[in-house]
Design a protein around this ligand. Sequence first.
Ligand code: DGT
Ligand code: CA
Ligand code: ZN
Length: 644
Amino acid sequence: MVRVKGWGLPSTRREGPPYFTKSQIVTVFDQVAILLELDGANPFRVRAYQNASRALGQMNRHLMDVIESNALTDIKGIGKGLSSLIADVVMTGEWGDIQSLYDRVPAGLVEMVGIPGLGPKRARILSKELDVSSIESLKSACENNLVASLQGFGEKSQQRYLEGIELFRRNQGRTRLDVGLRFGLALEKRISDISGVEKAQLAGSARRRRETIGDLDIVVATRPENRTSVIESILDLPGIADIKGHGESKISLILEQSVLDSSFPTGSIDNALNEAILDRSEDATIDAQVRIVSPETFPFTLAYFTGSKEHNIRMRQIAIDNGLRLNEFGLIPEHLAGDLKGIDAATHTLSCENEADIYSLLGLQWVAPELREDMGEIEAASVNAIPDLIESDMIRGALHNHTVASDGSCTLEEMASAAMNLGWEYLGIAEHSPALNIGGRSIGVDPVEVSVQGDLIRALNEKWRDDNEKFRIFHGTECDILPDGKLDYSPDVRNQFHHVIGSVHAIGSWRSRDEQDNTDAIIKALEDPTFTILGHPTGRILQARDGFPIDMVQIIEKMGEINSNGTLKAIEINASPFRLDLDWRLCKIAKENGVPIVINPDAHSAEGLSDVSYGVDIARKGWLRAEDVLNTRSGDELDEILGE
Ligand code: DGT
Ligand code: CA
Ligand code: ZN
């Protein structure tokens, strides 16, 4: 019986079809593929589930429509058998014999697959040969040197598993983007400052700005004659908790806090949530892989270790199609490389000064690291259609921030002056509405306080106008969306605001509800004429809790429809690195549907305003340009858009 966090068949809360949603089926199929592999099933069956999961995940149409028009089998990747299973799941709620598969595979085996470097295939071999069926028993098998003597494994794998178990244990293996970047940029700076280092650059998932980081990857360029001294200097840097290994060209280490320079702050989140989750980063450490190469090899190594793996695979295939071999050492004409391997073959590489040269030799436009996820960027780059991505300095203000009037720690004046110091033209204040209770006490502002704050804001705005100061405050609200889809406050209170950010806060009750019920409630809320922006759309807290189930595509489509009639409905990217919600994977869909994005720090203090940079990272990752983001507009333009 599989009892691992996040594993198992979902239960339906509905009494009629659709019993399950597309995303639920995608998750189950991914898990089934792994379970089948652990169970020693025929590889074709495994592949069938993987393909069907991918095909479903990429399908734009509504699953019910496709089933009702009998069009499932027309979709590439979904075979006959699985299409009838999908139809059963959706229409009758029955999963066939999948439950028995979950029952059959030991939970410990499933957990083992979470260890870096250990896939289902090898987990199965370990369980058959050594009777290993949990992380605990794998650890003791490694410690007793049993894994090293298994055919196809060896010392190296055994060592890797031990390290992998440690990593897995420490923090489920991943670190939030802000913490990871803080470590990564600090190490990058320290290595750059070493004499003999020509260049040091952060690569990997941190450079791609994933919302969480597994380990840091840093690529260092040095001339061969300086290599030895550079390696020694790196090993001597402060902040290294442990060296896991080092050789001619690679150092594996564990970083601790003392590598940090206090000038790299981490992000913030509402005070109420702080306690539960903040302590996680207090004594954080993170693994880093440092690669040391020659300046000529640097662009290739940087591109390779920036990844993603999926992006690299596509790049390598394009190289092959052009008679070239692409790897971390170079871009090598196959006819010159012949039987040579690795670094020896690379003596024949075409020369590239930078990454753009590599892309260009493959007939592609340079692709910003954030986009390298094999999610359409290769196709776009081949027709010169990579968008001009938004940049941090294009942000001219933000619309979702709190003051002492609700749960913030700074006054209106303090927040405004911090915004001016950032060079912003405007600041939107959006306090909580009365429905929000924390510990039995409402932290929202009542209608009387709303009009007091309104007067204060009007007075400040007038003063700035008289002083010819190009700055203003927009008076908004972060208005609770109640479980039935109604908005807090009466309509005439809501009408007093420049903007109404609708947010769900009673996450618990929304989490225990059906996806479609949640979606319907949000749609009802956003159809209200006073509603302008959907705040932190799923309520997720990274590494701490999942958001509530919701069909964001339906919501985006609905908003797009309303926008096309000239009424503004926008979605927030909540830029707190604890949230990064809207997810970057959905930004592109919002853009395609003409739904503007607002990048909001949701600041509860003056420092919190700077979190907007993480939101920009996510917007870039979601393919957004300046014109797709509302708060790149000037104060005057926004004034016109928000009315009054
Ligand atoms: P992470 O560390 O889990 O947050 O994610 P990444 O993307 O930093 O992955 P990591 O650290 O395992 O490897 C860094 C990059 O190296 C990765 O993005 C692409 C490249 N890479 C690693 N393994 C492979 C591989 O098996 N094939 C290819 N083509 N590239 C790989
Ligand atoms: Ca990495
Ligand atoms: Zn909120």
